[in-house]
Design a protein around this ligand. Structure first.
Ligand code: CUO
Length: 707
């Protein structure tokens, strides 16, 4: 890694701590621990809090304030929200300032100059955005967001406990590291039924994925504007998260998500995150049970519920009339019968841009408004809509925290229902579109090594280093051990026949959905359709005759490989495979992807029946004309391919995105599927303290532990 790359990554460490201080006239410096010292940099021990550290000289930049524009408008320590137009403008200005720099050295210099001047979260967002997109920084792997901002992921009581342990070290023998546990308590108690799924909503990986997704597909930022099928992926990726959350709810006996369609009724589900925005100890806002959203007037932000209702009606009208009115008065048709590979924009892509909404991509921002983003903001500020209490936004205000709040799912269920309304009006797929006559799937088995078609989930723990992001005023690393859902690795075995005489190229699509509804009755296709979650999708050559194919769960097209966010602190390594990704990979982009540890839904201790659907389609019809996809397409189904087109021509969600031919018939491929069962076994525990903890956790989780 070059010295500039290392210097850039250092700027992500403890973002709330000032790094720059004036030195000689005409320069600023920042200090860096010796182990992070780029070779050849000036080593100048200084007095003060960290003597002996490396000092990196940074040249001042003239007229910097003018260049930063609105990037200076968000106070330090406050929530930076991609859902607010004004904050998106601030990010645009800061990104533009970074993008002007011609080399990593210039970027490091400007970023170091800016670091102490702008909001911390805005800084990390904008610098991450630029690093991801610069070809000369493609091998730089960004630090995980949960280590950059641990206070967004770990509640304050746990951080306070860590601070207490740090202070004890002042009069007790020092340990090499301080470790505190977080979970399975999460943020509430089981008296609140919604808390049964807190383990999923508050999962570090799920929230990190959502933060990265919104960086990879940001609204309005020039160089990312024309990402292939951006609006459609907004629909699909969020729809899939809803499907997965519904499955988790069903596994703990809760009903499916109820959409939030009446914005004048009290919202029964409150949320108290117990998080701080950073070292500044500003609290994220809380929302008590039964609060309603209200018209919002805070600083320059004005949101009126009447206006939201008007936009909603216009969007429904456009969907029902199958056309939208552009700013210039021209009409464009809304239909999915178009081919994006030929540069045509499908209706779902337009509805996505219109709903999210992207001021630049929406066909008519003034007329169709800013529905989805404004919903986030209304909900995030429901507790202090006019700012009289000077309360910070709630977690709904940021993409890295929003998924913690039960109301996120109610809001996105509503958004998804609008997309579904559009999809209902599309022609059902024909038999021809659904069948691949040369190929048949004869048998599918899934195994986790014991019994066929029984998969296992359990709760696991992983460590993150909180002292990378928070200043504990100590040199001892502070580790937080997080509890998370996990599963035993499994493999698919497919037996597929190619009945033709020559080799065929095929796409294999694998989905999973629960079989029984909350009343324990077999769901029909219509009830089950929106629950199908993509598990994998891959291309394969099938020789004539019988083909046996094996595929591991960690090869999934939606997930980020496990080692990607792995950090082995005990062995003193920064990452298992080094701080940087291999030069040929698009390392930073890979940080977008569904976490491997939550690929499988939780299930129930007694087993929960799921239906696995395996569909084979003709790859020649699915393939997209583009140069061979670049490396790091692991999570392409959810995150696309950097600088490339979405690698599947079919509408996203195919074949479950549309209704079948008639309401009475269901497709043949749905009937010929395989049942699997996901089960939660007992937790492994070795030491007596772990055993005690496990017993406490078991009480908390009730049915999940069978022993
Ligand atoms: Cu990802 Cu509402 O878009 O959170």
């Amino acid at each position: 890694m070059s010295e500039d790359q290392r210097g850039l990554l250092y700027l992500f460490e403890q973002p709330s701590r000032a790094i720059a201080f004036p030195r000689a006239a005409g320069s600023v410096v920042y200090d860096m621990p010796p182990e992070q010292m780029p070779p050849g940099m000036e080593l100048a021990p200084r007095s003060g809090p960290s003597p002996g550290r490396t000092v990196v000289t940074v040249s001042p930049v003239d007229n910097l304030k003018d260049e930063l524009g609105s990037a200076l408008s968000i106070p330090k320590g406050a929530v930076f929200s991609v859902f607010l137009k004004q904050h998106r403008q601030a990010a645009k200005d800061l990104i533009a300032c970074f993008l002007k720099r011609r080399s990593p050295a210039e970027l490091r210099n400007i970023a170091a100059n800016v670091h102490d001047m702008v909001n911390e979260s805005l800084f990390v967002y904008s610098l991450s955005f630029v690093i991801i997109r610069r070809s000369d920084l493609r091998n730089v792997r960004l630090p995980p967001i949960y280590e950059t901002f641990p206070s967004w992921f770990v509640p304050e009581p746990t951080i306070a406990k860590a601070r207490e342990e740090v202070s004890k070290q002042r009069y007790m023998p020092k340990t090499e590291r301080i470790v505190v546990d977080h979970g399975l308590e999460f943020s509430g108690t089981d008296e609140n039924p919604e808390h049964r799924v807190a383990y999923w909503r508050e999962d570090y990986g799920i929230n990190a994925h959502h933060w990265h997704w919104h960086i990879v597909f940001p609204a309005e930022i020039e160089i990312a504007l024309h990402r292939d099928r951006k609006g459609e992926l907004f629909y699909y990726m969020h729809q899939q998260m809803m499907a997965r959350y519904d499955m988790e709810r069903m596994s703990v006996g809760l009903g499916r998500i109820v959409k939030l369609d009446n914005w004048r009724e009290p919202i029964p589900e409150g949320y108290f995150p117990k998080l701080t925005t950073g070292n500044s100890s500003l609290n994220w806002g809380s929302r008590p049970d039964g609060l309603s959203v209200k018209n919002l007037t805070r600083h320059r932000i004005r949101i009126n519920i009447n206006e939201m209702e008007m936009w909603r009606d216009r969007i429904f009208e456009a969907i029902h009339l199958k056309k939208v009115v552009q700013e210039d008065g021209k009409e464009i048709q809304l239909t999915d019968d178009l081919d994006p590979d030929r540069g045509q924009k499908r209706g779902i892509d337009i509805v996505g841009d219109m709903l999210e909404a992207d001021t630049r991509l929406s066909p008519n921002y003034t007329f169709y408004g800013d529905m989805h983003n404004f919903g986030h903001v209304l909900l995030a500020l429901a507790h202090d809509p006019d700012g009289v209490h000077r309360e910070e936004m709630g977690v709904m205000g940021d993409s890295g925290t929003a998924m913690r709040d039960p109301v996120f799912y109610r809001w996105h269920r509503y958004i998804d229902d609008i997309f579904q309304e559009y999809k209902f009006l599309q022609k059902p797929y024909t038999e021809d579109q659904l069948n691949f006559p040369e190929v048949s799937v004869d048998k599918v088995t899934v195994t986790a090594g014991l019994e066929n078609n029984v998969l296992y989930t359990y709760f696991n723990m992983r460590e993150i280093e909180a002292s990378r992001g928070l200043d504990f005023d100590s040199d001892t690393p502070v580790i937080v051990r997080l509890t998370h859902l996990d599963h035993k690795p499994f493999k698919y075995h497919f037996q597929i026949s190619n009945k033709s005489r020559s080799k065929v190229e095929a796409t294999i699509r694998v989905f999973i959905a629960p079989m029984l509804n909350i009343r324990n009755m077999r769901m029909n296709f219509f009830e089950q359709r929106t629950l199908f979650a993509e598990m994998d999708k891959f291309q394969i050559s099938l020789k004539p005759g019988k083909n046996i194919i094996e595929r591991r769960d960690d090869e999934s097209s939606i997930t980020l490989p496990r080692e990607f966010n792995f950090r082995n602190i005990e062995r003193g390594e920064v990452y298992e495979d080094g701080t940087v990704a291999p030069p040929e990979s698009d390392g930073s982009f890979c940080a977008c992807g569904w976490p491997q540890h939550v690929l499988l839904p939780r299930g129930k201790p007694e087993g929960m029946p799921f239906q696995l659907v395996v569909m084979v389609t003709d790859w020649n019809e699915d393939k997209v004309n583009q140069p061979t996809p670049r490396a790091c397409g692991n999570a392409a189904s959810f995150c696309g391919i950097l600088n490339g087109k979405y690698p599947d021509k079919k509408p996203m969600g195919f074949p479950f995105d549309r209704l079948p031919i008639t309401r009475r018939t269901v497709p043949g491929w749905w009937r010929s599927t395989w049942g699997v069962s996901a089960t939660c076994p007992s937790q492994k525990s070795t030491s007596s303290s772990r055993r005690k903890k496990s017993q406490r956790n078991r009480r908390h989780l009730g049915k999940c532990y069978s022993k």
